[in-house]
Design a protein around this ligand. Structure first.
Ligand code: PMP
Length: 283
């Protein structure tokens, strides 16, 4: 079934949606994005994603093509037009089309594209089974806090994982885990969550922030600091967070089994809490 997508103010069948060959996101990866989850036809943590989008745009001195209210309206409309009950909304803002040049164009109109991806997220076989990950060096640029569309290295790392028979890769820099290819990485030792502190080395996950808040509310201790791969392999539990995977256990790292190779009780409970709260707070 053809989706209806949003391109610069127009609602179009997906096959008719086009952008310019001069678009700077195409030529220079000069674009930022967000992925917002939909559960029960409602948006999960829209405010968090909108705030991070503003921050990404600000860091790149890129103008927003829409107001916050306009953005919410477009998100709601795309859910309605595609009858989306569960899945994701992909949003991309680009600096726009201009003749190829390294300096930012002064007169380009920023572009905006949204499309939906229907997917069962709550009942996830991967979450029940747990993920296996391999480690790879983190070879990305150093402004990972900006959510740009330059995703080639994470894509290469994911392919390496796939070839090795694993589900995903955790990236390592200076001996410490930064994050997963498309998620934040966390471990649990003696009931305490250990997760990398925020900085320009990782994306400030919206799910990460919510899960840590819910964990603290539930009385769990959280330590925000860098951890090594060896520490992760010796942890009681490990898990990743992202908008589309919520909380998903990691049960093997470079072949070393974590928590007996099964999703552990803390991560399972955090997933339940996260889904329950997300459902209750979705708009
Ligand atoms: N880190 C990276 C590198 C990511 O790509 C993502 C998901 N886009 C995340 C973390 C998780 O962020 P969020 O919880 O906001 O989806």
């Amino acid at each position: 079934m053809s989706r209806t997508v949003y391109v610069n103010g127009a609602w179009l069948p997906e096959g008719e949606a086009k952008i310019s060959v001069f678009d700077r996101a195409f030529l220079m990866a000069d674009g930022v994005y967000e992925v917002t989850t939909v559960i029960d036809g409602k948006l999960v943590d829209f405010d968090g994603h909108a705030a991070r989008l503003d921050r990404s745009l600000g860091e790149l001195e890129m103008r927003s093509p829409v107001t916050r209210e306009g953005l919410l309206e477009i998100h709601r409309e795309i859910v309605r037009r595609n009858d989306l009950r569960e899945g994701m909304i992909y949003l991309q803002v680009t600096r726009g089309a201009a003749d190829r040049d390294f300096t930012y164009p002064e007169d380009a109109e920023p572009g905006i594209v949204l499309f939906t991806q229907a997917k069962g997220l709550v009942d996830s076989p991967a979450a029940t089974r747990g993920l296996s990950v391999i480690s790879v060096p983190d070879l990305r640029w150093r402004r990972r806090d900006i959510k740009t569309v330059q995703l080639l290295y994470p894509s290469m790392a994911k392919m390496e994982a796939k070839k090795a028979g694993a589900d995903d890769a955790w990236m390592v820099e200076d001996g410490h885990v930064t994050e997963g290819t498309s998620n934040n990485a966390h471990i649990i030792k003696d009931g305490r969550i250990i997760t990398r502190h925020l900085g320009s080395e990782i994306l400030h996950g919206i799910t990460r922030a919510a899960v840590l808040r819910y964990a603290r509310e539930a009385g769990m201790e959280v330590e925000e600091r860098a951890f090594t791969l060896e520490e992760a392999q010796a942890a009681d539990e490990a898990f990743v967070t992202s908008a589309s995977t919520f909380v998903t256990s990691v049960v093997a790292i470079d072949g070393a089994r974590i928590g007996g190779g099964q999703p552990g009780p803390h991560a399972r409970r955090l997933r339940e809490i996260y889904i329950e709260k997300s459902r209750a707070n979705a708009i």
